[in-house]
Write a protein that binds this ligand. Structure first.
Ligand SMILES: Nc1ncnc2c1ncn2[C@@H]1O[C@H](COP(=O)(O)OP(=O)(O)O)[C@@H](O)[C@H]1O
Ligand SMILES: Nc1ccn([C@H]2C[C@H](O)[C@@H](COP(=O)(O)O)O2)c(=O)n1
Length: 228
């Protein structure tokens, strides 16, 4: 249930818990990072609902988008926006919540990439932007810290091939380069879109063992920085 809080719709009856969003390119290691933190009892981890994006009532909008972005980009991104909003508004039992990406990166990175690369008609971009602006003006979507897993597109391309998700076999290196550039403009150069929260950058090209060590080293910093 939603109620009104400071003029915006907000989740009812929930004590406000710190929200940490893990951001990064496709196959940068976000899920692996979340798996690591899911072993900590005081953190509730919420992964991206990719299973829903691959199967909505028997349809696979993720596969359709990669096959024909001009036609199906808006279909996927409308559904991503809805499912991410649902996650932002879901109840939390643990003291901290850590989620994979956000409604903000869905718009500022993926919708933007489709539009800028000429793969989304202007009218579709306008409709998605109207929805996004309405949601963010009328719904309270608190984010307290962004953890950016900063990778090179080449490393992501290698990890993507290794993961071997069927829909993603068509993704070329150039696609990951565009997503990387948009992330860098947003979270590092800070020249594109507003930041919903402070940013902690973790270099993430390293092997798994080193990454897990870095997560352990950053655990207290992440939890402290997310407490407002
Ligand atoms: N530091 C790492 N070094 C090598 N491979 C990794 C590393 N982190 C993750 N992987 C592998 O790369 C692939 C993508 O990682 P994943 O966590 O699913 O990325 P994301 O959730 O960002 O898409 C998976 O096969 C995963 O096992
Ligand atoms: N707004 C979004 C979010 C994600 N995707 C795609 C990109 C990947 O193919 C897949 C899941 O991403 P990952 O967690 O593996 O980085 O969904 C998209 O097209 N639009």
């Amino acid at each position: 249930m939603l109620s009104s809080f400071q003029g915006k719709l907000a989740r009812n009856g929930d004590e406000r818990k710190p929200v940490i969003c893990i951001e990064g390119n496709i196959a940068s290691g976000k899920t692996t990072c979340l798996e690591f933190f899911s072993k900590t009892s005081d953190i509730e981890v919420l992964t991206e609902p990719v299973a829903k994006w691959r199967n909505v009532r028997g349809h696979n909008p993720l596969a359709l988008m990669y096959q024909d972005p001009q036609r199906w980009g808006i279909t996927l991104q409308t559904y991503v926006q809805l499912t991410m909003l649902d996650i932002h508004l879901s109840a939390t039992s643990a003291p901290f919540r850590m989620m994979e990406r956000s409604i903000f990166s869905a718009k500022y990175i993926f919708v933007e990439n489709l539009f800028k690369s000429g793969k989304m008609p202007e009218v579709d971009y306008a409709v998605l932007s109207e929805w996004f602006d309405w949601i963010t003006s009328n719904v309270s979507i608190p984010v307290d810290l962004i953890v950016y897993l900063q990778t090179s597109p080449q490393v992501c391309h290698e990890r993507l091939k290794q993961r071997c998700r069927e829909e993603e076999k068509v993704i070329p290196l150039e696609y990951l380069e565009s997503i990387h550039q948009l992330y860098e403009d947003w979270l590092i150069k800070r020249t594109s879109f507003p930041l919903p929260a402070p940013v902690l950058v973790i270099p993430a090209d390293h092997d798994l063992q080193k990454m897990l060590h870095q997560y352990e080293e950053n655990r207290d910093k992440i939890l402290a920085a997310s407490q407002v």
